[in-house]
Design a binder for this molecule. Structure first.
Ligand code: ADP
Ligand code: MG
Length: 344
């Protein structure tokens, strides 16, 4: 039996980034092994899971009445604990089918989670087959995943733009010093696109189509070469399908409100954090993580408005899982950032 098989039987410790939009799992010694939308398809009125992940996301907005496709974590915390637990179990089963030895699991939690919500998440993870559950603050994981020197005295700032929320944190000495969250993220940007097309073109878009347009032609800062995106929806006047072409400049105007909210959140955190640390951030810059980091020009927009260097992390959608994964690789070394990483 190869070493790999033996390790497999021993159980693989995991780090789980249970995001509002995507769940990413990192397995010890293997790296990121799963990246799926945090969507489940359930039998309507029950919590019986028919599918989870990509297959369930494809069903969003097009299910028969007997099936509902839902995002149980939509606003950043568990809105349906039972379904969330089943979703975690579904994903963990994909990457750790062995039930012989149950894995230790590091779960990432939002900074503003309440004690009750955190226990619900820990319980859900335990019931889904974990031997032991550790918790790490999402922004701390994002900072580690972005390669920031979180243990240093000098402060770093991370801005994680997810689906349901944007989280900003200033980190030094292995702890989160100042953090803020808003319920504005990629979803809100998609909704702004939906409402723009509705009011300007009488076009009704599904959330998937709005997201596709955002990815194809969305931006937060003028582009060197503006783009054109095409989007298909239902004409509210005729009731028939209709396709509209729209410039990136127009999409940018449509999403200005949520983008400005993200910029203001970062400005607030710079304002309220201790001045020495704000100085460190201005010197060293800000790391962007989460899927929203892929929005064109978000880095330039932030740096233009705040006068701070900004860079997107490599593979920003995996930054949180990679950061939590580092803790799984080095449980001992990184124990201090786990469980309780907020300084008194
Ligand atoms: P969460 O942690 O909440 O699950 P993620 O970090 O996975 O969120 O990011 C998901 C968000 O990123 C979604 O709103 C998605 O539309 C957005 N996103 C993904 N790719 C891009 C892209 N290329 N441009 C703009 N937004 C993107
Ligand atoms: Mg996230």
């Amino acid at each position: 039996m190869s070493g790999w098989d033996v390790a497999w039987l021993r159980g693989r410790d995991l780090a789980i980034d249970l995001g509002t939009a995507n769940t990413v799992i990192y397995a010890r010694g293997r790296g990121v092994v799963l990246d799926e939308p945090s969507v489940v398809a359930v039998q309507t009125g029950t919590s019986h899971l028919l599918a989870a992940g990509t297959r369930a996301k494809e069903m969003l907005g097009r299910t028969p009445e007997s099936v509902s496709a839902v995002r149980p974590l939509r606003d950043g915390v568990i809105s349906d604990a039972d379904v969330t637990e089943r979703m975690i179990r579904w994903f963990v089963d994909q990457v750790a089918p062995s039930r012989l030895v149950r894995p230790r699991v590091v779960v990432c939690v939002p900074g503003d989670i309440t004690g009750v919500e955190r226990r619900a998440l820990e319980d859900a993870t335990l019931r889904s087959g974990a031997r032991r559950v550790y918790v790490i603050e999402e922004t701390m994981a994002a900072a580690i995943g972005a390669g920031l020197p979180v243990e240093e005295t000098r402060a770093s700032m991370v801005v994680d733009v997810g689906g349901g929320t944007t989280d900003v944190a200033v980190i030094s000495l292995g702890g989160v010093v100042t953090s803020r969250t808003v319920r504005t993220g990629g979803d809100e940007i998609d909704e702004a696109i939906v409402s723009h097309l509705k009011s300007e073109y009488s076009l009704l878009l599904g959330e998937r189509s709005a997201e596709d347009l955002k990815v194809a032609a969305g931006s937060a800062f003028p582009l060197a070469e503006e783009l054109t995106g095409r989007v298909r929806g239902r004409d509210l006047v005729t009731g028939l399908p209709k396709t509209v072409s729209i410039s990136s400049a127009e999409v940018r105007r449509a999403i200005e409100t949520p983008v400005a909210q993200i910029v203001e959140l970062v400005r607030t955190v710079l304002d309220v954090c201790p001045p020495e640390l704000a100085g460190d951030v201005v010197d060293r810059g800000i790391a962007l993580t989460g899927g929203g980091a892929l929005l064109r020009g978000l880095d330039e927009r932030l740096s233009h408005e705040l006068g701070v260097p900004v860079r997107a992390a490599d593979e920003p959608l995996h930054a949180v899982a990679r950061g939590a994964g580092r803790c799984v690789e080095e449980f001992g070394a990184l124990e201090r950032v786990l469980v309780d990483n907020r300084r008194p």
